[in-house]
Ligand binder design. Structure first.
Ligand code: ADP
Length: 497
């Protein structure tokens, strides 16, 4: 891809917000420190961003605490909260292109995807949860004895939210949408690689009328700002998306501090199963998308492509040809399918996994190296002859590396697909409904996509079995993460009536 050697395209926006957003105002970190956020196309500095530490997390939590305990947010009518969230969605829609440009600049993902898919999904999700705001209510319970019993569904309080860098805006939306609809207040920590878009979006929330202190955004690093949030005594709930290793750390911090409940959305090694009756061309295209989408940086990436032996040779040749056609280049350019990886750590890690694949005897069909001499671009890479025990079949690579494995029958592929510590998602490719039903029920995963993949909708719950996480985000299921249930028991004077 010659494009990578050219000068990077200049983004059409400027970075406006680099400070912390606390109590409705942009402020410097207490220490005055900043860190650099880098352009993955070049490794050069985009901006210096205020670096939050525990003192800043304290300030943000105090603001959120005050906004929760004294209102007005949780005390407003649900309809008023809904109207603010709907105005937020309108404003985000209006600033679609600016948000998409910031996202591409900071993250490296193709601008067309950010502008046409991701920001519109953010808008859709905020509208979806705005719709829930005035439909949250408890039950009347038929208890034994002369009692009138009901449940109140109340906001849980101050939510601490920690998000990753692969979908900065979408992860922001999955977290703040349900939390705000339920009437909570928030301190959100962005990933240190991608602090910019959430600051811009959070400013729009305030422009739309969100009261000060309801949504605070702290940029900074995990072991400092993130750990301070996870272990804070005044934070009532923690929601985390990131690696399984860090998930264990934050769960422990939450337990050791105040036992705040935690939802976790962690890693995966999702199987993509191509049965012998599948439409091979369509399966190749979707398996390609399942793995390479977002530079391979998806927790639910279809990173173990299991193909039935009868269609295996054809599939491998076509998967290779498709990877060779993949258009890699400056993500601001039109028609680009793949931009650079997020940073040098991920870039080096992916190249190490590629070397390990070659050393362990998998067949490198195409790719296998970096691309260009600038930034963090990697060639679309396909391995065939991958065996279950190889590191590339076991670990989450989080890069553009497809691993193709051969299978003979359904019982075998179920056993192998489930033989992992993860359980986030699976793809099933077949024209036979019985096969699809059998696989769907046998796979221990939070999402099964049948003859499709990565279909994300605000209403569909997402989350993992096993070490892929705890709890579900999106859909009605996510509301439960942000609500307390209060049972109210009231004796009846005249039970006979
Ligand atoms: P990745 O490997 O994808 O960067 P991480 O799990 O390290 O995944 O990061 C996801 C988020 O978790 C980021 O916002 C990061 O700053 C944060 N994080 C990392 N380490 C910690 C920690 N010890 N405590 C709290 N948050 C952390």
């Amino acid at each position: 891809s010659a494009a990578i050697e050219e000068e990077p395209i200049k983004p059409s926006i400027q970075v406006e917000h680099t400070q912390l957003l606390i109590d409705g105002k942009f402020v410097d970190a207490a220490s005055g420190k900043t860190f650099q956020t880098l352009d993955p196309r070049t490794g050069e500095v985009i901006a210096h961003v205020a670096e939050g530490h525990s003192e800043d997390v304290d300030r943000a939590v105090s603001a959120a605490r005050k906004a929760f305990d004294h209102g007005p947010w949780p005390k407003m009518t649900a309809y008023e909260r809904q109207r603010i969230l709907l105005r937020v969605a309108d404003l985000i829609e209006k600033h679609n292109d600016e948000l998409a440009a910031l996202e591409t600049w900071d993250n490296g993902k193709p601008y067309e995807q950010a502008a046409k898919i991701e920001v519109p999904m953010l808008v859709r999700l905020i509208r979806y949860y705005a719709g829930w705001a005035d439909k949250i209510h408890g039950l009347t319970v038929p208890a034994d004895g002369p009692y009138h019993v009901q449940t109140l569904h109340e906001p849980i309080g101050v939510a601490g939210q920690i998000i990753p860098w692969n979908f900065p805006l979408l992860m922001f939306a999955w977290k703040v949408g349900p939390a705000l609809a339920c009437g909570n207040t928030i301190v959100l920590k962005t990933a240190e690689q991608t602090p910019l878009s959430a600051l811009y979006a959070a400013k729009l929330f305030h422009e739309a009328g969100l009261p000060a202190g309801v949504l605070n955004v702290v940029s900074g690093f995990g072991p400092t700002a993130g750990a301070a949030l996870a272990s804070h005594m005044e934070v009532d709930k923690l929601a985390f998306t990131g690696s399984t290793d860090t998930g264990k750390v934050v769960l422990e911090l939450a337990a050791k501090s105040n036992l705040k409940p935690v939802t976790l959305e962690l890693g995966g090694k999702s199987p993509f199963i191509v049965c012998e009756d599948a439409d091979v061309d369509q399966a190749v295209e979707l398996a390609h998308f399942a793995l390479f989408f977002n530079q391979g940086q998806c927790c639910c990436a279809g990173s173990r492509t299991f193909v039935h032996e009868n269609v295996y040779e054809e599939f491998v040749q076509k998967a290779k040809a498709r990877a060779l056609r993949r258009v890699v280049g400056d993500p601001f350019k039109g028609g680009i399918e793949q931009g650079p990886q997020i940073d040098s750590d991920q870039f080096e890690k992916i190249l190490r996994y590629i070397r390990s694949g070659v050393e362990s005897g998998a067949t490198l069909e195409t790719g296998g190296d970096k691309l260009g001499n600038k930034g963090f671009y990697i060639q679309p890479t396909v391995f065939s002859n991958v065996k279950d025990g190889m590191l590339i079949a076991k670990d989450e690579i989080f890069g553009p590396v497809q691993s193709i494995l051969k299978f003979k029958d359904l019982g075998e592929v179920v056993q192998r697909a489930n033989n992992t510590r993860y359980g986030l998602a699976a793809g099933v490719f077949t024209k036979n409904m019985d096969t699809a039903n059998t696989l769907t029920r046998a796979l221990r995963v939070g999402t099964v996509w049948i003859n499709c993949f990565d279909t994300f909708d605000a209403a569909i719950p997402f989350g993992g079995y096993k070490m892929s996480g705890q709890g579900r985000e999106k859909g009605e299921y996510s509301l439960k993460n942000y609500l307390q249930v209060k049972a109210v028991v009231n004796p009846l004077k005249n039970p006979a009536w």
